[in-house]
Design a protein around this ligand. Structure first.
Ligand SMILES: [Zn+2]
Length: 461
């Protein structure tokens, strides 16, 4: 591609950046939290806003695709010619709750510019994905006219609450959504300024465990001793899941793991992850030791399963007193590594925990919908094209990385469309604090991301 063409695309995008940031800010203003205990009218409102943006952008066939929950995915298309490839562009318009509002330095649902970052819930996860797709459409049209690819937009409305209805949406609308490749703009870069394509995702399985010893809480002075304490019993059950180093002790749990290839290992190494960087990015306290050596940090994050107790309830802190509690509850989340199966893993966890219940305590375990891990094949020419486009846009070498989190959509796309390239890109970075307080977007990479997607669209036609 001629440098002159690249320069003029970059200049055109730079000029429009204030407008793109405004559009993003409009989306951030809508608290579209897709959790049942939040008002779901805001998810509808953000779906309406996306629809409005689609119509403004001149997309056709704009419509809501409704899952059983009623949280709409928004569809629209820009078709050029049957001879051109068709790319499906995914992002999501729902967001996580703001978490502890007192810890936000700015209002979570008011986009706020501070230095080179834009703060606000959904800035990087994933409302920037929506704007990136729309901006790249505008730019490729200006550049190529009707010679660009066919673009289909699919903006989901319940990704953060687990994508429960997404499979139904894909299967029901498989013909409408038919495509040659998918860009899932819901991931991120290894570091700011380092363009990255994610090639593996971990999966997820979660169980809720409640154990009960007595009918109601008892005075611990009068009753404790002979009666098993549910709190300790649950802690024992949880610690039995792993050895001291975090290795999961459930038999055959890791039998089907797919080890990284030589090329993947090389790529991981080239990222130069050090314990110092990792500690700094994670805000890990000085005296806390990591469970793996420095050279295994990325392997541990991307290619191995991990257990996390995400919530626990044994009495509560406000009323803490000398009470033998009747019940103890924990939610245990397990990240699954590539090669594992969410249903099998969940079943293994349930059976293992049930065997560990001491003293015949009553134990009730419920499971949540899991997500399978994902591995993508990077040999398709579109991968090369995206990688080149990103390298040009960022002026830095594109890295192939893994991701420790789950995006159920990735596997669902493959199940629906077969073995087409699924390009996992996005604008999160280690400082963006997605899902936490003070979420933000690094604006220079917002621009780079739009340039990259524009170059990619132009490059595949
Ligand atoms: Zn997301």
């Amino acid at each position: 591609m001629e440098q002159k063409t690249i320069d003029s695309i970059v200049a055109a995008i730079r000029e429009k950046m204030p407008a793109y940031i405004d559009t993003l800010s409009d989306l951030v203003r809508i608290p579209s939290i897709s959790f049942d205990n939040f008002d779901q009218k805001h998810v509808l409102e953000s779906a309406e806003k996306v629809k409005e943006l689609f119509l403004l952008a001149g997309l056709t066939n704009v419509q809501f695709l409704l899952p059983p929950s009623g949280r709409p995915s928004v569809y629209g298309e820009s078709l050029t010619s049957p001879d051109k490839p068709t790319v499906l562009l995914y992002a999501h318009h729902d967001v996580q709750p703001p978490m502890r509002e007192a810890l936000w330095n700015t209002k979570p649902f008011e986009a706020s510019l501070q230095g080179d970052r834009l703060y606000g819930r959904g800035t990087s996860d994933d409302k920037a994905g929506i704007v990136t797709h729309l901006a790249a459409l505008e730019q490729v049209r200006a550049w190529k006219g009707n010679e660009g690819p066919n673009l289909k937009f699919l903006i989901e409305g319940e990704e953060e609450s687990g994508s429960a209805g997404f499979e139904t949406i894909l299967t029901k609308n498989a013909e409408l959504l038919k495509c040659d490749a998918v860009i899932v703009a819901d991931l991120g870069n290894f570091a700011k300024g380092t363009p990255s394509i994610t090639t593996t995702l971990r999966g997820m399985s979660a169980v809720n465990v409640e154990i009960r010893a007595v009918k109601a809480p008892l005075h611990s002075g009068s009753w404790s001793g002979p009666i098993p304490d549910p709190g300790q019993a649950l802690c024992h059950m949880i610690t039995s899941l792993t050895d001291g180093k975090g290795k999961i002790l459930i038999p055959h749990f890791e039998d089907t793991l797919v080890p990284p290839t030589e090329a993947e290992l090389e790529s991981y190494k080239s990222l130069g992850m050090t314990e110092k960087i990792f500690r700094n990015d994670g805000g890990i306290l000085d005296r806390v030791q990591l469970k793996v050596p420095e050279n295994e940090i990325l392997l541990s994050l991307w290619r191995r399963p991990s257990v996390v107790v995400t919530a626990m309830e044994i009495g509560n802190r406000l009323n803490a007193g000398n009470v033998l509690q009747d019940t103890a509850y924990a939610r245990i989340g397990i990240r699954l590594a590539p090669g594992m199966d969410a249903n099998i893993a969940t079943q293994q966890v349930v059976e293992f925990l049930q065997e560990k219940v001491p003293y015949g305590l009553e134990c009730n375990i419920t499971t949540e919908d899991g997500a399978n891990p994902f591995v993508t094949d990077t040999t398709h020419p579109f991968f090369k094209k995206m990688s080149e486009s990103m390298s040009i846009a960022y002026n830095a070498e594109t890295k192939f990385i893994g991701c420790g989190a789950s995006i159920p959509g990735a596997e669902l796309f493959r199940n629906t469309f077969g073995n087409i390239p699924i390009l996992l890109t996005g604008l999160e970075d280690p400082e963006c604090n997605a899902h936490g307080e003070n979420e933000s977007l690094y604006l220079p990479d917002f621009e780079h991301g739009i340039v990259a997607e524009t170059l990619f669209f132009g490059g595949i036609c």
